[in-house]
Design a binder for this molecule. Structure first.
Ligand code: ADP
Ligand code: MG
Length: 716
């Protein structure tokens, strides 16, 4: 089979007949039609049962087991009507993916028939065989069980496949000793911590609310390539990224892809995806081409962060499943192709209240602005004090290829505030709240701030943590990762900063003075202490790296550097103080992060060796053999042979070095293995790739065994 065959069949095989027709009646018939939302559930159960459940959902009261049977019955009826045959506790283990084990509703009865059954016990708790999920040693091997528990704050939903449907029950996952084994539980705990501290602070501003929660709108970037190519690339299949591939003559230089018109096949795919997501109650809002060829983005409207995290997992799943119907594969890896942009998942984050306030929205009145500046400064303090945790929350072998590659924010964490906001906060520090004309701040006895113009911030795309008018955007998050942990970290560190600032405020209020004066003093003092984290310039520049070092900001270049910090005393204390993660849970998670890092790179190292040895080298040697048979005097043949011999030997030499590194583990401990992967295997892989990429430019096309970048990225 020649190489050209791939290209032609890829371009031709897909036909519009494959398009799944979807309803355009989104608002009426489609939206949330596969979600058992609270209004619907209320209709299905009696009033006392509903009251009891509502107390659990809204006030976090423990679920009354005596109502569980009634709810299970209602859920079963609802699911059967929608064609479900199975149910599953749907949860987020520490792999970062979602997990599900399906059980049938149907049980045999004596008459040789089967009935549908689903009990309260089965709803509330399930025992998946947990021994195969990572636990970082939290489950002793003799007690392999863990259990999943229904999270009633997140609605149940139906997942459809081509031949049926499953009722999914969003759940938390824990060990029998009570430690969280998932990503969801700490996220819920961090939301509670933020709720407490923000409510406490708000009371001083005279704002009484029932609930403060973080809101998140994640923007998902991804690539789509034809599946014909995908299955001919063992590296993509095994590792999610290309381990080989010379830069094509054309990449993203023409800048013609971003926001360009979307190809029909891709648009049909997107419409299908969106329709399924609408049915799941996920408010997808935007879709567009991204910077790199064949790169796209999908973003929902923001939601409370636990819901946003569940929905984000579903978005990834639906993207992957649906692509196959269109003869495509969705690549969610952070860096599937070297030399063109990688994929991130910008997490837009803010704090909202049940009364509809956005705490990071500049206000209309001076009083509201004071409140806004207070919460905004809390974020600045949090990010400065916990740069390590933010870096850690996005640390993975795959994201390392992206962070700092001059296309994504660097591994150095800093904040973009925009000139105006920076000037206002600086003005407070100079004791000049009244004189900064550009910021338009007035002074009338006590410093009073006039309305801040909304959305006046300029666009800075290079900052890892940017204020964008009424929210912060954390841009270092990787495309393939769950947003749960990054959001857990932001919630936790901001909750802590708010608490400390509120302590300072209360101490001042005990002395004399007005609330305004006290708040202004706390803001001023906090900002002055933490302003080194603010940088409004170009984060990609070498000058910033120097400047950041001068300011003493952390530069944790690799995931391994960041993972190390997890167990620092400061972090153990922080997470336990706020009740988000215990020391045991942190130690377990650190171990799992090292382990995943080690395994990912180990698989890449092995795959690199395998492809180079069994595909690329044989192709090169065959070409050499063919050229050697040329009997006429030919300068072209002679030159090509010389170049080929040199390049092939270079590949062979690099390959032998990689084999030696692959044969080692670097030690028995996971962190030793992770270090070995980073320090020895990755550099050896890079050498093999360099030699192979040079060969790709030299070999006759028919001898190159892999679909090329040119084909994968440009044949649509
Ligand atoms: P951009 O110019 O970056 O696309 P948008 O205003 O379109 O900015 O928002 C991008 C994302 O930010 C969307 O998912 C949006 O829902 C989300 N977003 C907007 N407001 C908030 C908020 N208060 N909290 C969290 N996310 C928000
Ligand atoms: Mg954005």
């Amino acid at each position: 089979m020649t190489h050209e065959f791939d290209v032609i069949s890829a371009a031709k095989n897909w036909r519009f007949k494959d398009v799944r027709k979807v309803s355009s009646d989104i608002a009426g018939e489609v939206f949330a039609s596969d979600v058992l939302d609270l209004d619907e559930l209320r209709e299905l159960v009696s009033k006392p049962v509903w009251k009891s459940l509502q107390a659990t959902i809204e006030k976090g009261a423990p679920l009354d087991p005596s109502i569980a049977d009634t709810i299970a019955l209602a859920m079963k009826k609802w699911a059967l009507e929608r064609g479900a045959t199975h149910y599953t506790h749907w949860f987020q283990p520490l792999t970062g993916y979602t997990a599900e084990k399906h059980d049938s509703f149907f049980v045999p009865v004596s008459s040789g028939k089967a009935i549908a059954s689903f009990s309260g016990k089965e709803l509330i708790q399930a025992e998946p065989d947990a021994s195969s999920f990572p636990s970082g040693g939290l489950r002793a091997t003799f007690e392999a069980r863990g259990y999943t528990a229904w999270d009633p704050t997140s609605p149940a939903f139906i997942m459809r496949h081509s031949n049926g449907a499953t009722l999914c029950i969003p759940s938390a996952f824990a060990s029998w000793t009570g430690e969280a084994l998932d990503l969801k539980t700490p996220l819920l705990r961090s939301m509670e911590a933020l709720n407490k501290s923000a409510k406490r602070a708000l009371r001083h501003f005279g704002v009484e609310v029932n609930k403060v929660f973080s809101t998140v709108g994640p923007e998902q970037e991804y690539f789509l390539i034809d599946e014909e190519f995908y299955y001919r690339r063992p590296d993509l299949v095994m590792t999610g990224r290309t381990l080989f591939g010379a830069k094509p003559p054309r990449g993203q230089e023409l800048e013609d892809h971003y926001f360009g018109s979307i190809p029909d096949r891709v648009l049909s795919f997107m419409t299908d995806v969106e329709n399924q997501l609408y049915a799941l109650g996920i408010p997808v809002k935007t879709r567009h081409n991204e910077v790199a060829p064949s790169q796209y983005e999908i973003a929902p409207h923001f939601e409370p962060s636990n819901l946003a995290a569940d929905h984000q997992q579903l978005i990834m799943q639906v993207l992957k499943n649906t692509a196959r119907r269109y003869g495509l594969v969705a690549l969610l890896h952070e860096k599937p192709f070297a030399g063109v942009n990688g994929s991130g998942k910008h997490c837009n984050w803010s704090m909202g209240t049940d009364t509809g306030l956005n705490l990071l929205e500049p206000g209309e009145t001076p009083h509201e602005n004071l409140q806004f500046l207070f919460f905004c400064t809390a974020v600045i303090k949090a990010v400065d004090e916990h740069q390590d945790l933010l870096r850690l929350s996005v640390a993975s072998a795959s994201n390392d290829h992206r962070l700092g590659a001059n296309e994504a924010p660097p591994a150095i964490i800093s904040i973009f505030l925009g000139d105006q906001l920076t000037e206002i906060l600086e003005g407070l520090g100079n004791g000049q709240a009244g004189s900064s004309r550009r910021a338009g701040v007035l002074e009338l006895g006590v410093p009073v701030l006039p309305p801040l113009p909304k959305h006046a911030v300029d666009r800075n795309r290079t900052s890892p943590f940017a204020f964008t008018g009424n929210k912060f955007e954390f841009r270092a998050v990787g495309a393939s990762q769950s947003i749960s942990f990054p959001i857990t970290v932001i919630n936790t560190i901001v909750a802590d900063a708010i608490d400390q600032m509120t302590d300072a405020l209360e101490a001042r209020l005990k002395k004399k003075g007005t609330l305004e004066q006290a708040v202004l003093e706390v803001i001023r003092e906090t900002f002055q202490k933490h302003k080194r984290i603010v940088f409004n310039g170009d984060n990609y520049s070498a000058a910033w790296h120097k400047e950041a070092a001068k300011r003493g900001l952390l530069n944790l270049r690799t995931a391994v550097d960041a993972i190390e910090r997890f167990t620092d005393e400061k972090n153990l204390k922080l997470f336990s103080r706020l009740g988000v993660l215990s020391e045991r849970e942190i130690r377990a998670r650190q171990e799992i992060m090292y382990d995943i890092y080690f395994k990912q790179v180990n698989i890449e190292g092995e795959t690199t060796e395998w492809i180079a040895q069994t595909q690329i080298l044989p192709g090169a040697l065959s070409y050499l053999a063919e050229l050697s048979e040329i009997e006429v005097e030919s300068r072209a043949a002679k030159r090509t042979i010389e170049q080929l011999v040199e390049a092939t030997d270079a590949l062979s030499d690099a390959l032998e070095k990689l084999k030696a590194q692959n044969a080692e583990l670097g030690g028995d401990e996971v962190h030793e293995k992770a270090h070995h992967m980073r320090d020895n295997v990755l550099p050896a892989m890079a050498e093999v790739r360099k030699a192979a990429d040079a060969l790709e430019r030299l070999l006759a096309d028919k001898y190159w065994p892999l679909p090329s970048y040119r084909e994968m990225l440009f044949v649509k």
